[in-house]
Design a protein around this ligand. Structure first.
Ligand SMILES: NC(=O)c1ccc[n+]([C@@H]2O[C@H](COP(=O)([O-])OP(=O)(O)OC[C@H]3O[C@@H](n4cnc5c(N)ncnc54)[C@H](OP(=O)(O)O)[C@@H]3O)[C@@H](O)[C@H]2O)c1
Length: 136
């Protein structure tokens, strides 16, 4: 399933008569909501939380800022608005600092945080071969 709340996930279990194994949801350092309910549910129940947009569609890769916003459809993402990019600046700074301490990139840290959680996998979207080979 995708984009089911925990309540709907439970209802889907009941309707199917057996556990629905996975739920693909928006989940990242910028959208940590599933940490509150999906992750605590998934671990004891042996379910999988599939984190989509784990880099928040790009900002958690560390490249974007108020002075460098992407064009195209991502302008519709509220996180790319000037005010939200300003609010996200401390998070992005922390990501860069942690990454530098481990000779890594912000994207590595953002994905590693998710992968450190039980029963969570990530499906980042790479826009180049280089991103694909450096995000794991
Ligand atoms: N089920 C659903 O409703 C749903 C909704 C949305 C997405 N998804 C799925 O989620 C997957 C990925 O989500 P997404 O593409 O929206 O978001 P994402 O993985 O959070 O962000 C992708 C963007 O992050 C940047 N990036 C990727 N790898 C990087 C790296 N190593 N270093 C720095 N930046 C990097 C790239 O931005 P730049 O191009 O700017 O470099 C790329 O376009 C896809 O499979 C998609 O189908 C599912």
């Amino acid at each position: 399933m995708s984009n089911y709340s925990l309540g709907r996930w439970r209802k889907a279990d009941a309707a199917l008569g057996q556990p629905v194994i996975s739920n693909q949801v928006q989940f990242s350092l910028a959208h940590p909501g599933p940490l509150q309910d999906m992750v605590p549910f998934a671990e004891p129940e042996n379910r999988m939380v599939i984190a989509y947009s784990p880099l928040a569609q790009g900002p958690l890769g560390g490249k974007y800022s108020v002075g460098n916003r992407p064009g195209g459809v991502r302008m519709l993402n509220p996180l790319f608005g000037r005010e939200n990019l300003q609010r996200a600046a401390p998070l992005l700074d922390t990501l860069r600092q942690v990454a530098a301490a481990f000779d890594a990139k912000p994207a590595h840290v953002a994905l590693a945080w998710l992968l450190s959680l039980p029963r969570v996998v990530v499906i980042p979207g790479a826009s180049s071969v280089q991103q694909l080979t450096t995000s794991s």
